[in-house]
Design a protein around this ligand. Sequence first.
Ligand SMILES: [Zn+2]
Length: 284
Amino acid sequence: MPKLSDVIAALEALWPPERAEHWDAVGLVCGDPDADLTRVLFAVDPVQEVADEAIRIGADLLVTHHPLYLRGTTTVAATGFKGRVVHTLIKNDIALHVAHTNADRADPGVSDALAGAIGLRVTGPLVPDPADPAGRRGLGRIGELDAPLTLTEFAERAAKGLPRTAAGLRIAGDPEQQIRTVAVCGGSGDSLFADVRAAGVDAYLTADLRHHPASEAQQAGSPALIDAAHWATEWPWCEQAASQLDEISDRHGWALRTYVSRTVTDPWTAHALSPATTSSGAPR
Ligand SMILES: [Zn+2]
């Protein structure tokens, strides 16, 4: 049976903390390095529902993509949303470890899992990490479809490959446009438009696209845009990460079981379609 410190060392070898962005807060949030580990739960968000799920399955370690505390705090009192999570975890002997932008930049990383989930063969990072001579690490990924699909068909495939959310996918572009090459970025990806354009891909799938960057990207011509729920674009990483830890665990002969949370922690819970309208620009 491994100690928490053994498993943390393995996770930090997969996602070295020094590769995280300078503003990020990754690594161990709570937990005793000497504690024995038997069950590990992977999830995107360290929220109360996920902490409760960790208790239900008897997890000793929760590994999340998003940090619990990104900025400093002066209290972990259970009166607050985050303090309650800390209390729940510590009272139940559950450690919390975060792998965020260090997991984004890893090989394989968050966007490799996203690309795999929607049937893309990854050809390289969208923004290569200059510190990686092999050119395999970096932000986002560029991938190819085995055979071209129309934008509508590709969006359907992406909707099927990603976990279900209330928001679903938003699409911008000609429905009949042929899609062969696609850039993806798990999480908020509208800061990478210049790189997407430079890559010359047919489509870009990411999350949290905003009005102005998205409309400007459209005016510049292709690529088509697919905007998915932030949680849905990062969730495939949980399965990838659990498999990576399973392999390490087998190699060491650890009696460790991994679990992936299926709790949807996307904040949007419903979606209302606008009623059909007649023509636009009618006088009023
Ligand atoms: Zn994210």
